[in-house]
Design a protein around this ligand. Structure first.
Ligand code: 7RM
Length: 631
């Protein structure tokens, strides 16, 4: 592809041009994709009005770019390799031609189930090929997919379905995840008790678990899909038609339904993928993320297929049936490009080098990380032990809202530095600001990470709540997209993301809002008040620490704690369970009643000195109790 950057100099030129002549720069790149009708204008709108549009006037379908476009020359090339949970059961492979047929059949199944362009379809599934196929099938007919991670609870699922009024749900009977079987259909049944918009459920059979089917509502995938026609014309979509909604947590309120549109997302994902990973036609690429998160959307599903390369999908978990599983998968499928999260790297690092060393990993060319800051020790282990010092490591910073990678080195092309995401991609104009909103300039600075201009992949809105979109991302610093992350710039101008500066906790690369966890905990009848903060955790990056004021009806603290964990699991899911719970008699509040989270964060981190100014507290004594408190 002419837009693949091959040297540091080319990177510098591309970066400069992307800012000085953005229309020409992105216009040329976008033309290399397949359009039913080419766009009339490249970009309009800005971050003041928050009305960004890309490639207006264009008509396309993203699945024609991911599938049809490759059929003639690469129809027999492997598009998807599925590696099941059980190490010894059979892997499944799909060529581009086979994947195309499956997507068309599934699209026809959705159509005959009544799904129309613009309808929202919820996917609550485990990591099986049919999940990836379902995403593409929705896109094929212009339905908007909204994937809910299979680890979320019935309540979390129904909240999401109701927020965007999905008409159809696709799920599995159950999902395999390591030693566990997740009863997806059972959880979905519970959720659907409060989801009036859902009129049909399609169940893909995976675990053969015993489930009940509701007459007239529930249908088996294999009954409907096998008889569907194997050609399905791709729905003509406007560039700015919505492609998907994905819920993500912020510092306040319920998770937001982030909306991505078609053309800009496609161009951004494909462009960043090829350049960051430096793939070629023979690349075999494995992204270990679950499709329930944005990484699984952009870099497991869309970007690799649009680039016509093989994507590997793994159903299981890193340590099942043993801590060498990841490395065995790489060996088995001759993976050349591997993309995972720091939390997995840290967990596997702790299992000892022999698990890595006994696998034959010579196929590896590039290693990537995403989701949270990677500490230097984990970076070096990944580079030296997994990559045998031969593979560049790309540390890719981005967010659900950015659609694709924003800051990263380009593998083997631009400089790398342990724990640094390094340099912005073309089109990404970074500004670091202090809390007062002043731009910080030069090198050796640290501030709040903002982006000054729009790029093709940015989310366009929060579903049916554009004000919240504006408020959340564009009101802290007017005219700028504020990421919620802190960032350092070193003496050479390389960027290092330091973590969230808002009330979002990053647990194993999963974003969890403290307010969301507090709201869940507060539903427990024993709880009077709660405050939740993050604290450093060796494996997860951050852990969840809850301070609770409880009533006196349950005297056994262990009972209370158990009950809290149950409440959180019911309201959100096991991923939001606090790692530590401290029951307290009061919280550090100012006279105006605001909880001083700064103090709680320090106490949760085990920092009991230098708590800063506590004189404004209503009851400074409480700090002493918290410091001494038992967890
Ligand atoms: C892709 C994804 C976004 C948040 C983001 C950061 C953190 C992601 C990195 C990172 C340091 C990285 N989307 N984050 N990548 N921090 N270095 N390379 O994770 O919406 O789920 O999370 O994740 O705090 O704001 S996300």
């Amino acid at each position: 592809m002419f837009w693949q950057i091959k040297s540091y100099e080319e990177y510098q030129n591309a970066y400069k041009k992307s800012l000085s002549e953005p229309e020409e720069f992105w216009g040329e790149i976008a033309k290399s994709f397949q359009w039913k009708k080419e766009f009339d204008s490249v970009q309009s709108g800005d971050f003041k009005k928050v009305d960004v549009k890309w490639f207006e006037g264009g008509i396309l379908n993203i699945t024609e770019n991911a599938l049809d476009r490759h059929l003639e020359k690469r129809g027999n090339h492997t598009a998807l390799i599925f590696e099941p949970n059980e190490e010894n059961s059979e892997t499944k492979k799909y060529t581009f031609q086979e994947l195309y047929t499956e997507v068309c059949k599934t699209a026809n199944m959705l159509k005959s189930s009544g799904v129309k362009k613009g309808d929202r379809v919820c996917l609550y599934m485990s990591m099986v090929p049919e999940l990836l196929i379902s995403l593409l099938a929705c896109a094929r007919i212009g339905a908007v997919h909204t994937v809910v991670f299979g680890g979320f609870s019935a309540k979390a699922l129904s909240d999401r379905i109701n927020d965007c009024e999905c008409s159809l749900l696709i799920t599995n009977d159950g999902g395999f995840r390591g030693e566990k079987t997740i009863p997806l259909k059972e959880i979905a049944d519970e959720a659907l008790k409060t989801c009036p918009s859902i009129s049909k459920v399609i169940i893909h059979r995976r675990t053969y678990s015993d489930i009940s089917l509701q007459n007239g509502r529930d249908f088996w995938w294999h009954d409907l899909q096998s008889s569907a026609a194997s050609e399905c014309p791709a729905e003509p979509m406007q560039s700015e038609d919505p492609l998907f909604i994905l819920y993500t947590s912020g510092s306040t309120g319920k998770p937001k339904g982030v909306v991505h549109t078609t053309a800009g997302y496609m161009v951004w994902g494909a462009y960043t993928f090829r350049n960051v990973f430096q793939i070629n036609d023979k690349s075999i690429y494995w992204c270990s993320a679950d499709i329930g998160w944005v990484t699984g959307h952009t870099y497991l599903t869309y970007a690799p297929l649009i680039n016509g390369i093989t994507t590997v999908m793994f159903e299981g978990v890193p340590n099942y049936p043993h801590p060498g599983r990841f490395w065995n998968v790489i060996e088995k499928h001759k993976v050349s490009h591997f993309y995972t999260a720091p939390t997995a790297i840290r967990a596997l690092m702790g299992q000892g080098d022999h698990w890595v060393e006994r696998a034959e990993l010579s196929s590896l060319k590039v290693l990537g990380t995403v989701g949270e800051p990677i500490n230097e020790e984990a970076w070096i282990w990944y580079h030296d032990i997994v990559g045998r010092k031969k593979c560049p490591v790309v540390d890719t910073w981005w967010q659900t809202e950015t659609g694709g990678i924003m800051i990263s080195n380009l593998a083997g092309v631009t400089p790398m530095k342990p724990s640094y995401a390094t340099l912005p991609l073309p089109g990404v104009e970074i500004v670091l600001k202090n809390d007062k909103g002043t731009d910080l300039t030069g090198n050796n600075i640290e501030g709040n990470l903002c982006i000054k201009r729009s790029w093709p992949g940015i989310a366009r809105t929060v579903f049916r709540d554009h004000d919240r979109f504006k408020q959340t991302y564009f009101s802290t610093y007017e005219g700028y997209y504020f990421t919620g992350d802190g960032c350092k710039k070193d003496e050479n101008g390389l960027y290092r993301i330091t973590g969230r500066v808002d009330d979002v906790i990053n647990v194993s690369g999963h974003r969890i809002g403290t307010a969301e966890v507090e709201d869940a905990i507060d539903l427990n009848p024993h709880v009077i008040e709660s405050a939740v903060v993050g604290y450093p955790h060796d494996i997860k990056g951050q852990g969840i620490y809850a301070f609770l004021i409880c009533d006196q009806t349950l005297l056994d603290q262990e009972e209370i704690k158990k009950s809290i964990l149950k409440t959180v699991t019911q309201q959100i899911g096991p991923i939001a369970k606090p790692d530590k719970i401290q029951i307290v008699s009061g919280l550090p509040k100012t006279r105006s009643g605001k909880i001083m989270r700064r103090i709680l964060r320090k106490i949760a981190s085990g920092e009991t000195e230098n708590l800063g100014d506590t004189s404004t507290l209503l009851d400074p004594q409480i700090v002493e109790e918290l410091k001494e408190g038992k967890v």
